[in-house]
Write a protein that binds this ligand. Structure first.
Ligand code: SF4
Ligand code: SF4
Length: 138
């Protein structure tokens, strides 16, 4: 589970001080975890990649708990003036799933890399809207 910041971010900085996990960093700034510093191109200990941004604020998925244990809702999303803090589609575990995975020392977390989960009919609609995709429905 994690929130991500989209490229609609206007770099206002309102979210960063609200994060109880220090999971939010300004674009281009290295991030830290357990005393180690990471930068552009570095994978997180969980294997997560692609979250770093040199242009706008970004969230480190290994550090974001969606504010569980601190607040009732993600604080970054609550204060963001342009609503660009959204659930990260690469880190979609429920709290129970995340707890199970963590207890069993499983650090490669699930996600969906092509599109968000959809009912079958909606998935077909999305696929048909892509001109280069050919599908056969049986
Ligand atoms: S959801 Fe909470 S823990 Fe995650 S980045 Fe936003 S403020 Fe930080
Ligand atoms: S509050 Fe929203 S617009 Fe402002 S820096 Fe954070 S993500 Fe970007």
């Amino acid at each position: 589970m994690a929130i991500m910041i989209t490229e609609e971010c206007i770099n206002c900085g309102a979210c960063e001080p609200e994060c109880p996990n220090t999971a939010i960093y300004e674009g281009g700034v290295n991030w830290e975890l357990t005393g180690k510093s990471y930068g552009d191109g570095d994978a997180a200990p969980s294997g997560a990649t692609g979250f770093y941004s040199s242009e706008f604020f970004y969230i480190v998925p290994d550090k974001c708990t969606e504010c569980k244990g601190f607040h009732d809702e993600p604080q970054c999303a609550a204060v963001c003036p342009v609503d660009c803090c959204i659930p990260d589609p690469k880190h979609v575990e429920t709290e129970e799933q995340l707890d199970y995975l963590t207890r069993n020392h499983i650090r490669f977390l699930q996600g969906y890399f092509f599109y968000k989960p959809l009912p079958f009919k909606e998935l077909v609609k999305v696929l048909l809207s892509k001109p280069k995709v050919k599908i056969r429905v049986e």
